[in-house]
Design a binder for this molecule. Structure first.
Ligand SMILES: CC(C)(COP(=O)(O)OP(=O)(O)OC[C@H]1O[C@@H](n2cnc3c(N)ncnc32)[C@H](O)[C@@H]1OP(=O)(O)O)[C@@H](O)C(=O)NCCC(=O)NCCS
Length: 212
């Protein structure tokens, strides 16, 4: 068994614990050391305790106390926060895990970079590249020949069609659809339930149908 810590005690942190436990049910792989979070709410601590997972304290506390390198996963929805937290853990000698829920479908010629989390029900087609720290949430789809740069979040049930490119730190909101062949620039934000029919420039937020 390999030791893993989860960064983030929020909803996605606990969903990521579910991903790890589902992987372990298929084949025992990970020993969950605990969850790191700078300021967990008491309700979040109660929810961790109820599932028997310890809180390891704030990131500084963890980095100051841990001698042994462990695997880590950053279960934080914000792409830029995720990039910063990942860099701190990796800089301290810890290793980013790639986690794929056994109920996700991952096609052929798919490259998932370290730090990626693919949740249950996600569908990743063929010839897809997902960069460092990518999050593909439950029931999201990433179409064939698409390329997601580092730190991209695809929220639940979003549909990224085929031949789409998405720049670093962009977020695609829940249930949004990006039509085939489009480019989404770096740091863009696609609102929940949007239908994106034109390419989106870096740093832009779009929403609605068609997305503007
Ligand atoms: C689009 C989005 C980024 C806008 O965030 P924001 O700038 O904080 O927007 P606000 O909540 O202040 O709303 C501003 C206006 O946009 C509208 N709006 C917000 N989100 C919208 C959306 N997804 N589609 C259409 N209109 C939206 C609001 O109704 C409001 O309209 P009004 O000014 O006429 O009242 C955000 O609402 C969103 O969709 N984020 C993705 C969230 C997601 O995926 N959640 C799932 C997590 S698992």
């Amino acid at each position: 068994m390999e030791r893993i810590v989860v960064l983030g005690a929020g909803g996605f942190g606990r969903e990521t614990l579910d991903v790890i436990q589902a992987i372990n049910s298929a084949r025992p792989r990970w020993e969950i050391v605990g969850v790191i979070d700078d300021a967990p709410a008491s309700v979040q601590l109660d929810r961790l305790e109820a599932r028997g997972v310890p809180w390891l304290g704030a990131l500084d506390t963890f980095l100051g106390s841990s001698a042994e390198p462990v695997w880590f996963t950053v279960a934080v929805g914000s792409p830029t926060a995720r990039r910063r937290l990942h860099a701190r853990l990796e800089g301290a000698g810890h290793r980013p895990a790639t986690l794929v829920h056994p109920a996700a479908h991952v096609g052929s010629q798919v490259s998932l970079a370290p730090g990626t989390i693919v949740c249950g029900g996600a569908q990743i087609s063929t010839n897809v590249t997902i960069g460092v720290g990518g999050h593909v949430n439950p029931n999201a789809t990433v179409g064939h020949d698409s390329t997601l740069d580092d730190w991209v979040s695809i929220n639940p049930a979003a549909v990224v069609s085929g031949d789409v490119t998405i720049g670093a730190t962009s977020l695609v909101g829940a249930g949004a659809v990006i039509l085939q062949g489009l480019s989404i620039g770096e740091g863009a934000l696609v609102g929940a339930a949007a239908c994106v029919t034109r390419s989106v420039e870096s740093g832009r937020m779009v929403k609605g149908i068609p997305a503007r």
